[in-house]
Design a binder for this molecule. Structure first.
Ligand code: COA
Ligand code: AMP
Ligand code: ZN
Length: 432
């Protein structure tokens, strides 16, 4: 029933006591990092101690900007020799964000992943196919080590090549797969093109879906299309990656592992805690990380705590599915994109005019990012070969920046409708 019973059903009072102990330890470790070493509130707690986990509110927030500014070593809390892996966000224009792990951190992360998968009913008898980007994406190696810890037969399939995904599923009898929800429509199309029906022609019983926002209706549709149970998985690189919060077999919200994280929900404007059960921005603190603890990280994800206890018996609170962001980041094909990254690429090009617009759409069941780019009058002449070269050049530059290939539409100056006031840069017409 449980992977780590003592921790998963710990009485809340004891869970909070454990959090205080672990937070003190985390602050001691964090104080070794150049950035946190400069934070007086951490010093003060290390001198005076902490009696209640609510006191965490006296510590300052950490933002993505802070992580970027102190790039690359400002948050490292241990000797470099101790570090065995890093994960990093995309982007070539500014500093990416980077997260370091030592052996302890990787083991703790794998354990949280195994615990999460176990809660969703995955067992060592399962064959697990991870249809997710490896490399610097945390969904690849993050799931991989958790699945191995759990003892499943793992298939590190990676993203892309849908016919091969289907062949792997059929050859090795995949029973559980992890993929982002928006890709599964495309995968189903390929199943049909090849004359297969996943309900009839595979052994799939579970899909783990996450890494991007989706609705309850979308989940139900996926369950129906594939004949499986689908479980929501939430995480972010700054907090390891997947394995932060996960649905149990009750499918009623995501248990967030409170022995490993302190979770707060704040009003993004006032920065004060919202009333229990109200939607706000998720703020998280690591409790079991050594190489790079992160304290009060503003995730920018909007969600709320769900009320009541879960029938599974786990005492760790449940988060509602993510309902939006308090910044302008969007996710396409599992890749995070900030409009400023696109703007940064475009505005460096002398041929590009003042305006651009990002349209997100679903074409043939696959999400696409279309970027309309105004070209200056002097360049927008009848020279089709030149425009073709420019289009390919912009495609490659944006692809290198955000890791997704955009569809570039070059347009005449003045043809992008001007919005009143602040320019509307992103129009999301995706089906889900
Ligand atoms: N997961 C798995 N496969 C995906 C995918 C996704 N999120 N998005 C697209 N694909 C597939 C496409 O279906 C296509 O394969 P097919 O033609 O055999 O069906 C192939 O990848 C390339 O698709 P394309 O649209 O040309 O992609 P792109 O060049 O714009 O983007 C990807 C390249 C897909 C490799 C990149 O978007 C990626 O790595 N996405 C996965 C990110 C991820 O795993 N995120 C989770 C992090 S925890
Ligand atoms: P990354 O740091 O690249 O791992 O991306 C993390 C971000 O992906 C989160 O901050 C969320 O915005 C988004 N995300 C991850 N999992 C989910 C999920 N299950 N539902 C909605 N959004 C998610
Ligand atoms: Zn539960």
């Amino acid at each position: 029933m449980y992977w780590e019973k003592e921790l998963e059903i710990l009485e809340r009072k004891n869970l909070q006591k454990l959090q205080v102990e672990r937070l003190m330890k985390t602050m001691r470790q964090a104080a070794n990092a150049p950035y946190y070493g400069r934070v007086p509130e951490i010093r003060a707690f290390l001198d005076s101690g902490m009696t209640s986990i609510e006191q965490i509110r006296e510590l300052p927030f950490t933002s993505k900007e802070d992580l970027r500014q102190d790039f690359p070593w400002g948050f490292l809390s241990t000797d470099k020799r101790d570090v065995v892996r890093l994960h990093s966000s995309s982007g070539t224009t500014g500093n990416p964000t980077v997260v370091y792990h030592n052996r302890h951190d990787l083991d703790s992360w794998a354990n949280l992943m195994a615990r999460s998968l176990f809660a969703a009913g995955v067992r060592d008898t399962d064959v697990f196919q991870n249809i997710c980007g490896y490399g610097l994406f945390t969904g690849g190696l993050g799931f991989q080590y958790g699945v191995e810890k759990l003892g499943c037969l793992s298939i590190p399939a990676g993203a892309g090549n849908s016919p091969r995904q289907i062949k792997l599923m059929r050859d090795f009898g995949t029973t559980v797969a992890h993929a982002i929800p928006s890709y599964l429509g495309r995968l189903l199309d390929v199943f049909r093109e090849e004359g297969f029906d996943p309900r009839r022609d595979t052994k799939l019983h579970t899909l783990v879906i996450g890494a991007e926002p989706h609705t309850e209706e979308h989940r139900r549709r996926i369950e129906e299309m594939f004949g499986v149970k689908a479980y929501n998985s939430f995480g972010l690189s700054e907090m390891n990656g997947p394995g932060v919060a996960f649905e149990c077999t009750e499918q009623n919200g995501l248990h967030v592992w409170e022995d490993a994280y302190v979770v707060e929900i704040i009003d993004p404007q006032t920065l004060q805690p919202v009333a229990d059960g109200e939607i706000g921005e998720l703020v998280m603190t690591t409790l079991d990380r050594q190489a790079m603890p992160v304290i009060r990280y503003r995730t920018r994800d909007l969600t709320r705590f769900l009320p009541g206890e879960c029938r599974c018996g786990r005492t760790h609170r449940r988060l509602d599915r993510i309902s939006g962001r308090s910044d302008d980041m969007f996710i396409v094909k599992g890749c995070n994109v900030f409009p400023m990254q696109i703007e940064g690429v475009l505005m460096k090009l002398p041929e590009v005019g003042d305006d651009y617009r990002i349209l997100l759409d679903t074409i043939d069941d696959q999400d696409e990012m279309i970027v309309e780019v105004e070209v200056k009058k002097e360049w927008f002449r009848g020279d089709l070969a030149f425009l073709d070269r420019l289009q390919r050049h912009i495609t490659r530059l944006i692809r290198d920046e955000v890791l997704v290939r955009p569809l570039i539409k070059l347009v005449e100056p003045g043809s992008i409708p001007k919005a009143e006031g602040k320019a509307v840069r992103v129009i999301d017409q995706r089906k889900n």
